[in-house]
Design a protein around this ligand. Sequence first.
Ligand code: WTA
Length: 637
Amino acid sequence: MAYPYQVTTLDQYNTAYKKSVDDPEAFWGDIASNFLWRKRWDKVLDWNFTEPNIKWFLNGKLNITENCLDRHLGSLGNKPAIIWEPNDPEEHHRVLTYRELHNKVLQFGNVLKNNGVKKGDRVCIYMGMVPELAVAVLACARIGAIHSVVFGGFSAQSIADRLQDAQAEFVITCDGAYRGNKEIPLKGVIDDALIQCKFVKKVIVLTRTRTPVSMIKGRDVWWEDEIKKVETQGNPYCEAEEMDAEDPLFILYTSGSTGKPKGVVHSTAGYMVYTAYSFVNVFQYQPGDIHFCTADIGWITGHSYIVYGPLAAGATTMIYEGIPTFPDAGRFWSIVDKYKVNILYTAPTAIRSLMGFGLGPVQNHDLSSLKVLGTVGEPINEEAWHWYDEHIGKKKCPIVDTWWQTETGGVLISNLAGVTPSKPSFATLPLPGVQPILVDEKGQEVKGNGVSGNLCIKFPWPSILRTTYGDHERCRQNYFATYDSLYFTGDGCLRDENGNYRITGRVDDVLNVSGHRIGTAEVENAINMHAGVVESAIVGFPHEIKGQGIYAYVIYDGSHGDEELARKDIMQTVSRIIGPIAKPDKIQFVSGLPKTRSGKIMRRILRKIAEGEMDNLGDTSTLLDPGVVNEIKGGKI
Ligand code: WTA
């Protein structure tokens, strides 16, 4: 069998689950033995959720790229590791075999070293979805540098904030990126960000779009020139840095309910073991299968299920540069047909938006290669689930509804394709090694079935976040302080009569817009920067395609043009400060916000109004000025 740790029957799942709870150390130790270690660990696990202090595979030494690349060269050297489909279907696609990818990663590892990058340094990667993005990520891991990929849709300000927080002195970018019929000037955005970040020493720029760029002397170098230099440098080998199991592998920024995005830190060994384990089990990957995850590598889904999980398992993984609707809404289906994709992993938002184009774009594409479908990022409604099942999977592909988070590193709750039963709109059961628990507001466990509560996890799994970069206390506060000795997910959840979990959405002030996490405080801060804005409050509202839309209540002083113009200016401000993904869908101007006597905004009321539930506002008697509610109701847009 290709993967000794793959469970392929319900019985095996039950046995594995039981063992993982009865003896977690033996369970994970066995799985970890399937990987390549420079030195085996002394102890599998040490943990407490109070500080928190979580360590897996203590004193084990390894390099994750030896596991993702070198290890496979013997048996898979000539097999495709990455298949890349360009934005423009007329442009030639690319295939990198394991051997070619290995060569490129070693070459670029040497480029990084030549440019002064050392073990432990933070490297910010801001690129489009090209194979070199995966090469850059892996090259960092090769030499022990900590990568921090920033999604190509974030603004200069967001990049600057992240560079500063991570104290990253190195940036890897492209001249530009293609997305649909747009060309995004990535290097230009980096240049704007770096005005505030004088500490950045080097910027390595890959040529993709030939967008004109300014290259700053002494700071900016071309990827291609640097590769030429290492090619003429004699020894092309780039030794893999020996890393401790707990050495940080990467930082990925994500939104929380307060303040600026936080840098979630993942460590090397636990992350590797868990992403490979979950990849092989959730999707039931079989050697030779083509795996197509449509996420961007700038999000955790791309890290874990385009790059690390698949490569650690020796799989063939696809990177698609473009968007689902370019040049038309049949693009995903044409890609599935062209490469005979076996596993398709996408977001409910994409499914809902493609549903809107009807069945026309689906027809004329042969989808018979598909074996498994997956969704991630937000709750999937039943209508979208059935459409996916009927029209894409032709009712013969199990759908895995995978629940997880940036902080969890890998899928924690999901059915295993064809192994455990699926249930529309339910993530269903925890993976082996995952111990969910529901608690009420007071932190009391909600026992039994047919109940709901806040979702927590009571025991560590190998890819749990270790800290938030530079601020461990924030990590403790955010995830481990709400309930004693539990990891709190921020999600509400119900457990049905059979023990299946259904994630109902965030219970904190985090929105999930098109599967992207957006903090209300972040958007409010951005809006409040506009010169005419006095104060603002953001809530989510149900949105047919995006899942959740952004509704902004804004107190505007009238000083910057009429309301229509001000609305556009506010949108522009948010786009500039955060990025287009955080733009409000609706802006309502109000003269006041409903506040309690102690000055707290009552978002519950604003949420109800945004949802159109005017008659069901609950108790408003504690408000400082109840009159404001009627005004807001009257002005709803
Ligand atoms: C939500 C994405 C329902 C949830 C991997 C979580 C989901 C947040 C699902 C994390 C799902 C993710 N069903 N909700 N299958 N998957 N979520 O960090 O609210 O971008 O807390 O990680 O997305 O988003 P993140």
